[in-house]
Design a protein around this ligand. Structure first.
Ligand SMILES: [Zn+2]
Length: 342
């Protein structure tokens, strides 16, 4: 027991040491209209719906009914055939986590995932619909901020495709939910593409435009603090057993008041864990304790105004009696992926 108590302290002090170093960012292409007030239309590439908002992050598609988990950045340069030629840059130092060079396998088309540690927080950046990938770039290689990793494009495997005119960089900043996803997913989806942990379902994103603007306004922004301030849509209870998120994100785990029997996890409405509170038996009501004992996921608290902003991506909903909250099917998947241990 005493050993368990000491460990989080050691991890916490390591996180502080890393935090002091900060991190350096650049934009993923030469298009910097994001940082010019009033220039949204020069930065975000609309869908065929045509609104500037459709290129932004969130419930911006299909009249607000479909979620877009990244931003679409407009192309600036084209060759004589009209094909895009914008170089795509690594936004920060890091390591290549994954490359999909076969556009036919994904709606992301050709895509690259880079892994970084910002202020002690493990995070990924994702670059999709690429025209080509920098020669020789391979998973496991280190990359430098600003390094050219690809060319912007319009590759995808969707039936409707992306026209040359709408070529853009789809860019995400996200968290890898579970390093054991590669075991969980093929059981669920036997025809799973060979993306291992770097499948879109295992990557949950925050609004890259908001973060890049926050960083441009204050280069000392602390990423760990930034994530902890993301709005919580609901909290869920998980029985106190070790699952990978706790080990990968010690910066989120709050001090315990005693021996925890569960973790209460504060989630954004669209599924990013932002804070973990260990909860003791005294802190949890009898009905929730019974549900936990039966291994059922528990939705504990909700912020209705916050959930109301994200109705295109519901993870929780009112139960049939209307006196409590339960997970939707998507919410159960998110819960399962986050807490899966093989
Ligand atoms: Zn997109």
């Amino acid at each position: 027991m005493s050993r368990l108590r000491v460990l989080p302290l050691v991890v916490a002090s390591l996180a502080v040491a890393v935090a002091a170093r900060g991190f350096d960012l650049c934009l993923p292409t030469a298009n910097d209209a994001l940082l010019r007030p009033g220039a949204d239309a020069d930065f975000f590439q609309p869908t065929i719906e045509g609104t500037v908002e459709s290129g932004m992050f969130g419930c911006v598609r299909a009249n607000g009914h479909r979620f877009h988990e990244g931003i679409d950045i407009k192309c600036l340069q084209r060759d004589r055939q009209g094909e895009p030629t914008d170089p795509v840059h690594a936004v920060a130092d890091g390591e290549v986590g994954f490359i999909n060079a076969k556009p036919g396998l994904s709606n992301y088309g050709r895509y690259i995932v880079l892994e970084h540690t910002w202020d002690g927080v493990r995070v990924c950046t994702l670059y999709a619909h690429l025209r080509d990938i920098a020669p020789g770039l391979a998973a496991g290689q280190p990359v430098k901020k600003g390094q050219v990793i690809a060319t912007l494009g319009h590759s995808t495997n969707t039936r409707e495709g992306i026209s040359r005119e709408r070529a853009h960089l789809h860019f995400e900043i996200n968290f890898l939910l579970n390093p054991n996803f590669y075991i969980w997913y093929p059981k669920r989806e036997p025809d799973a593409p060979p993306f291992g942990n770097f499948n879109g379902q295992n990557l949950i994103g925050l609004d890259p435009a908001a973060f890049l603007r926050a960083y441009a306004a204050n280069r000392k922004v602390n990423f760990s603090e930034y994530v902890s301030r993301l709005p919580i849509g609901f909290t869920m209870l998980v029985g106190a057993r070790p699952f990978p998120w706790l080990r990968l994100h010690p910066e989120q785990v709050q001090p315990a008041a005693g021996t925890p029997i569960a973790y209460e996890i504060g989630m954004t409405s669209w599924g990013i864990p932002v804070t973990v509170w260990p909860r003791t038996a005294e802190e949890i009501g009898e009905p929730q304790r019974r549900q936990l004992q039966r291994g059922l996921p528990v939705v504990l608290r909700v912020s209705e105004p916050e959930l109301a902003r994200w109705t295109c991506y519901e993870l929780v909903k009112r139960n049939a009696r209307g006196d409590g909250w339960i997970f939707t099917e998507r919410g159960r998947d998110c819960f399962e992926i986050l807490t899966y241990t093989p």
